[in-house]
Design a protein around this ligand. Sequence first.
Ligand code: FAD
Length: 266
Amino acid sequence: STQPPWRDFDRSLVYAADLESALHYLFRVELASHRSLEGEELRTFKDLVTLLAKLYPGGGAVVKLMETLSDWLLSLPLQKIPYQAVLDLVDNKMKISGVFLGSQMRWVGCQGSAPGLRGYPCALWTLFHLLSVRRQAAPFALQHTALEAEAAPVINVMRRYIRTFFGCEECGKNFEEAALSDSVAEIKSPEEEVMWLWDQHNQVNDRLAGSLSDDPRFPKGAWPPPSLCASCHDEERGLHAFNRQQVLQFLLHHYSDANLSHKYTV
Ligand code: FAD
């Protein structure tokens, strides 16, 4: 397959094109391998749609679509939903104005230097980090939804999604083990949820550094590097340590609306 032309980007920004491409892949490719949704799958799907409807950056077609999907799912008394019905909504067969999901896969911050590297898994991490930060910024956004009582709603929906739908089974297993051993159950605040996800992602980076899935142009390692956040790094008796307070401030900025670039979206 031919590689698309390289898109210049800034590592200090988050790109809406990556998030929208991830949603396109999730709704049109990953879900498409399920002919219908029921039971645990249906509950997980509903929760993901709720999370996106309430927390995805506002004003665009994505939120409108997720709100429409969410209302539709809640109004349905069905125990089982054919995937085709979801696809019809996502493709806006009803022609409701402004409600649709772009059908381009256009990786920007998640571009890989060769086919098969980065792309969807990168954008999925990005999406959930961003949702955890959006939740910190809007602590009441999930009120009156099925997720309102959860102390770590973003992580818990992510866990269920990764376990139920994500193509990489081993990833699901590892993530679930981490959630149990590093005690997601002890998370009490939105800030702790943001930090747990950061910590966990760094553990995955550490484990995968130098492996086959590591893109040589984007080597994995402790993140953010000093080039993105110098004050995040401390030295204690000659050993490197993260300054967690600075890391939190950095994450709240990095994944904020103000740092979201709409370059390369249509
Ligand atoms: P990614 O690790 O995907 O990171 C995407 C972007 O997030 C980075 O470019 C950076 O901007 C930002 N980022 C990096 N680190 C952090 C951090 N600590 N906090 C906040 N933001 C950060 N692959 C496996 O081979 N084995 C596994 O067990 C495995 N488990 C996974 C579990 C989950 C939940 C997910 C979503 C993916 C998993 N993957 C696993 C895939 C793997 O983690 C990478 O997503 C993939 O290899 C692509 O890596 P990448 O270099 O594009 O950056």
